[in-house]
Design a protein around this ligand. Structure first.
Ligand SMILES: CC(C)(COP(=O)(O)OP(=O)(O)OC[C@H]1O[C@@H](n2cnc3c(N)ncnc32)[C@H](O)[C@@H]1OP(=O)(O)O)[C@@H](O)C(=O)NCCC(=O)NCCS
Length: 231
């Protein structure tokens, strides 16, 4: 399994990015190069993607809106493609009661979607304990919302970089997805503090999470809890 992740890192991302529209072109190459243990794929959400949902997945979705089913179907198309490169074919990814996807044995992963794009990340649980991803259009949050999301310490950092408020928001959402399946704690935005310089999130329970970002037409934040045998 370990070898598979390393060997497959870049071609997989290119193959799983069938985004023909230049406006939705998300460069994930940097993420893949930096995190060779993780597979990342993205897809433009298309009409009909809702049909990719397996029955056991469909039954666990909370929303009956076709748009939500379509997004969830698109994310699972990407995830299944990534998993198939690891030899796991046609994996069902139903949702647990918390909303988190249930991954095949030995796999950790995360899904996200905005109005146009779906993204999936997967890794091996021999190396990674938790993974989280978020994708957002590259637009700043309104100042009011940004002030709600950012702690006083984070506010200056947000102003220093393009789309800083959206990067912060995406980092917190990705962190939540990485740690909620481990800690089962509901977190408010101020329970997670982002340190952009260290590319790290600190959760109020003391947990540290590694972060990586990709910015193009979209902001992608990836959160990773390494599998440290000493922890
Ligand atoms: C989980 C949450 C962050 C998802 O965000 P969202 O904007 O609704 O939607 P996204 O497209 O980014 O992500 C949706 C995916 O998140 C995943 N997800 C949902 N709940 C999850 C959980 N508890 N743990 C991990 N992943 C989860 C699912 O795979 C879902 O996709 P699916 O419905 O197709 O299976 C959000 O719904 C939530 O529960 N927030 C409460 C906590 C919070 O946001 N606190 C502030 C930040 S710390």
């Amino acid at each position: 399994m370990r070898g598979c992740f390393r060997a497959a890192k870049l071609p997989i991302n290119q193959r799983c990015c069938p985004l023909r529209d230049r406006d939705h072109n998300i460069s994930l190459t940097e993420l893949a190069l930096e995190l060779p243990r993780i597979l990342v794929g993205v897809r433009q959400i298309l009409p009909g993607d809702e049909n990719a949902l397996m029955r056991q997945e469909f039954e666990t979705l909370k929303s009956h809106a076709v748009s939500a089913q379509r997004s969830s179907g698109a994310a699972r198309i990407v995830a299944r493609e990534l998993l198939s490169t690891l030899g796991i074919k046609n994996a069902a990814l139903p949702k647990s009661r918390s909303g988190a996807p249930i991954w095949p044995e030995g796999i950790v992963g995360s899904l996200a979607h905005d109005a146009h794009c779906a993204i999936a990340v997967v890794g091996s649980n021999s190396e990674i304990r938790g993974l989280g991803v978020d994708i957002e259009p590259a637009e700043d949050l309104s100042p009011n919302v940004s002030d709600l999301v950012a702690t006083p310490r984070e506010r200056a950092a947000v102003l220093r970089q393009p789309f800083g408020s959206k990067l912060l928001f995406a980092a917190k959402e990705a962190t939540y997805k990485a740690v909620h399946p481990l800690d089962h704690e509901f977190l408010e935005h101020h329970d997670v503090e982002i340190d952009f310089a260290r590319r790290q999130a600190r959760v109020s329970n003391g947990r540290l999470v590694d972060l990586r970002f990709s910015v193009s037409t979209h902001v992608v934040a990836l959160a990773l809890v390494p599998n440290d045998p000493r922890a």
